[in-house]
Design a protein around this ligand. Structure first.
Ligand SMILES: Cc1ncc(COP(=O)(O)O)c(C=O)c1O
Ligand SMILES: N[C@@H](CCOP(=O)(O)O)C(=O)O
Length: 461
């Protein structure tokens, strides 16, 4: 199994290298050169298996022997043992043909834990073999950052720097990042929005002297291993509802396009997914792009689903790579145009995308109304991101079961949930004292040189 860049001119890598490399050296994102297909029988055999076993069967073909089977099983078990639900990702029925996949039972209460806990294990195992030390720099709109700190805190050979947009994450999210006491955790509140944070992280990767000097690694979904670990729950949920004997559809609250791209990979591996529905909040660039063929940023607008306040969706590049027939030059050209505001998607590529993806947008009012309505009718207390998903899914219900991904716990966004329901959801016992813990963070400017200087200074021996 080899990994190639979406821009076509970076070195071809094996799984371990791709995981430790993050962004490709031509600025692109790594994808497998071929997607392994699972047979009808392989998929049918997953029904009813523990989550950990499904993870092993789905991910193993991508590893190219980088981990031995027993070692990989051990890493998977260690990754999910801290989850607070025995099913890991339980399914709840909302309506006769509409189900919710609860992905918020991990340690930081968001779907990010599914991948981050596992790549934490995999990276530690890889570093133990190589004896290297790495510097992780990540960008977050709230959830990736807290999940990354939880997965890497206290490790002797890893420093974790997380850039988050100052004032644009919830208090719970901020405190999850600013309260770890371990000296290797660095929470950086940056002036700007998530797109600016993500752009500075990519700038650091594109500065080879800096990148190689600090041994930079990435844990955002630019890292292929993050996406891969998220493919698992599509198989787990779909087989629980009768796949591969019947098809299902998924609706995915979307920002950086990593989660829904994992669903796309599951579909290419043979899972019968009829449609993957992109659900956006008022930052609706992906919905506009799919409807009109024009991918154009119009500035990030703060919303009550802040983790999805994103306009430059990194992983859309991976989908474009396939839609343009794996033409790295074409993708490079589009990404150059994006730097000046946006690009037009060719008719052929648009038709390819529309064969797999549908889309919808949910306003702020609709988000609140959906939280209110779901509590009244089903008893399910949704976070605002999951509510965006449920609303858009309701507009796309059809003959096959629809599974909406519930991406975060309502307690991470108590203000919006209280506004919609009058109920202020409390934090679970393992986080009950979050607001009593002292915070530690650094305000930083949106300035590459200043950020690089800070990273260098903090990791200096
Ligand atoms: C709670 C929540 N929902 C949805 C999303 C969107 O996921 P993705 O960026 O993979 O599209 C995010 C952020 O990534 C998130 O934190
Ligand atoms: N919503 C995310 C944004 C970063 O996404 P990633 O999947 O690329 O890490 C967050 O919560 O940080």
């Amino acid at each position: 199994m080899h990994y190639v860049s979406t821009r076509g001119s970076a070195p071809v890598l094996g799984f371990g290298e791709a995981m430790m490399t993050g962004l490709a050296r031509d600025g692109g994102l790594y994808v497998p050169d071929t997607v392994p297909e699972l047979s009808h029988g392989d998929i049918a055999a997953m029904a009813g298996l523990p989550y950990e076993e499904v993870a092993f069967r789905v991910m193993r073909p991508y590893l190219g022997g980088f981990f031995g089977d027993d070692e990989f099983r051990g890493l998977i078990d260690a990754a999910y043992k801290g989850f607070h639900h025995t099913a890991r990702a339980p399914l709840v029925q909302l309506a006769p043909n509409h189900f919710l996949l609860e992905l918020f039972h991990g340690p930081t209460l968001a779907f990010k834990d599914f991948a981050m806990q596992l790549i934490g294990q995999m990276m530690q195992a890889a570093l133990a073999k190589s004896g290297e030390r790495i510097t992780i720099v990540g960008a977050t709109s709230g959830d990736t950052g807290s999940a990354a700190m939880e997965a890497f805190r206290g490790l002797a050979n890893v420093d974790v720097f997380i850039l988050f947009p100052h004032g644009r994450v919830s208090d719970v999210q901020r405190r999850q990042m600013t309260t770890p006491v371990e000296a290797n955790c660095h929470a950086l509140a940056m002036d700007g929005d998530f797109d600016a944070c993500q752009a500075r992280v990519k700038d650091m990767f594109n500065d080879f002297a800096f990148r190689d000097g600090v041994r930079l690694a990435g844990v955002n979904s630019i890292n292929w291993a993050r996406v891969l670990a998220q493919v698992v729950y599509y198989f787990y949920a779909a087989t629980a509802l009768g796949a591969p004997h019947r098809s299902v559809s998924f609706t995915v609250p979307t920002g950086n396009f990593g989660d829904i791209f994992a669903g796309y990979i599951a579909r290419r591996m043979g899972l019968p997914i009829e449609k993957l529905v992109i659900a956006t909040n008022q930052n609706d660039i992906l919905d506009r792009a799919l409807r009109a063929g024009d991918y154009r940023t119009d500035g990030v607008k703060p919303s009550i689903s802040p983790s999805m306040d994103i306009q430059v969706s990194s992983n859309f590049e991976r989908a474009l790579f396939d839609a343009y027939g794996r033409d790295g030059n074409a993708v490079s050209q589009l990404m150059a145009e994006l730097k000046t505001g946006g690009f037009h998607i060719s008719q052929g590529a648009l038709e390819t995308l529309r064969a797999t993806f549908a889309s919808g947008r949910c306003s702020e009012e609709e988000t609140l109304a959906t939280i209110t309505h779901q509590l009244r009718t089903t008893g399910e207390l949704l976070c605002p991101h999951s509510a965006v998903g449920v609303k858009v899914a309701e507009d796309h219900l059809g003959a096959v079961p629809m599974i909406t991904l519930a991406t975060a716990h309502p307690a991470k966004f108590p203000d919006a949930v209280e506004r919609a329901t009058g109920i202020r959801p409390g934090l679970p016992p393992h986080m009950a004292d979050l607001f009593d813990r002292p915070e530690r963070m650094t305000r930083v400017p949106n300035d590459l040189a200043a950020l690089q200087a800070l990273v260098r200074e903090r990791i200096a021996p």
